[in-house]
Design a protein. Structure first.
Length: 291
């Protein structure tokens, strides 16, 4: 059964624990004693490949792991073998999205700065359809519909039980809000702005608009996302969207740099109440849709 979370994080946790258990021993030494190849051990410790039950069993025995540790290793290995739900859409999704969706589905806190378009986690079906049609001109309407389904399923991480819901902190440039006004009919624009206002009232969501009069600021260089994880064994990650493909930063210094950058743009943005008031004003200024 497809998992709501991808296999990457469990594999990374498994790898970190295996590295800890190996201690000062070399990979070659462990490989010779367990008859597991050095390359396979290296992949396991780096969170790559599919962890096989027999290998995990042999490593648990070799390291003489205590019961709690053994249980964690088995659980992470089992989770690492599962198929994430988005693999159902592999016919329309690029493989490069696997890593991004893995991080997104497993993060406890997501911080987004978005200067151009609305964040995927906050879009309506109509807005998503128009945007994905525009950026995927080679796709058929049926393929775009599947991509929209993926986006709507991704949004479910915000609407689980309060204790499990992902916390989303989003700073959206006024330019992205203004573009939403001209996307589709007035009725579609109104629905999108009302959706933003409604979702922003959830206890796990903070939506703040960065107005034009904030002037120049460090975030003008482009969008970024910081994925933060509840488990200390997981390293926080920065995602930077680039024309040539996504880039991921995991060094603590890089993550801290982008957390400071996020704080900087947040301080220049309207607060949550002011942002909702702006959305309300924009909705009120929309013309009636006579189509």
């Amino acid at each position: 059964m497809p998992s709501p979370q991808g296999p990457l994080l469990p594999r990374r946790r498994l790898g970190a624990e295996l590295r800890r258990l190996r201690g000062d021993r070399t990979l070659d030494a462990v490989a010779a004693e367990t008859l597991i190849s050095t390359s396979k051990l290296s992949r396991l410790e780096n969170g790559q490949g599919v962890p096989q039950p027999r290998d995990i069993r042999d490593l648990i025995a070799h390291y003489d792991a205590d019961r709690a540790t053994a249980d964690r290793l088995r659980r992470w290995a089992a989770d690492g073998r599962r198929q994430a739900w988005w693999r159902e859409y592999s016919d329309v999704l690029d493989e490069s999205l696997d890593v991004f969706l893995d991080y997104e589905s497993g993060a406890s806190v997501i911080r987004i700065y978005q200067p151009s378009v609305l964040p995927s986690l906050l879009t309506t079906e109509a807005y998503a359809t128009r945007l994905l049609t525009l950026v995927n001109p080679h796709r058929t309407p049926e393929e775009v519909a599947k991509l929209v389904q993926v986006r709507l399923r991704r949004q479910q991480i915000l609407f689980t039980d309060d204790s499990d819901a992902t916390r989303l902190l989003a700073v959206i440039d006024e330019a992205a809000i203004r573009r939403a006004l001209s996307t589709g009919s007035p009725a579609e624009a109104r629905a999108q702005l009302l959706h933003l206002r409604e979702v922003s009232q959830r206890p796990n969501v903070s939506l703040r608009i960065l107005p034009f009069d904030a002037g120049l600021h460090p975030g003008v260089l482009g969008m970024f996302i910081v994925f933060q994880f509840a488990d200390n064994i997981d390293r926080d990650v920065v995602n930077i969207e680039m024309q040539s493909g996504d880039r991921y930063l995991e060094e603590q210094s890089s993550v801290l740099e982008y957390l400071r950058l996020f704080d900087s743009v947040t301080h220049r943005a309207l607060d949550d109440t002011g942002s909702r008031e702006m959305l309300t004003q924009l909705v009120g200024a929309l013309p009636e849709d006579n189509t």
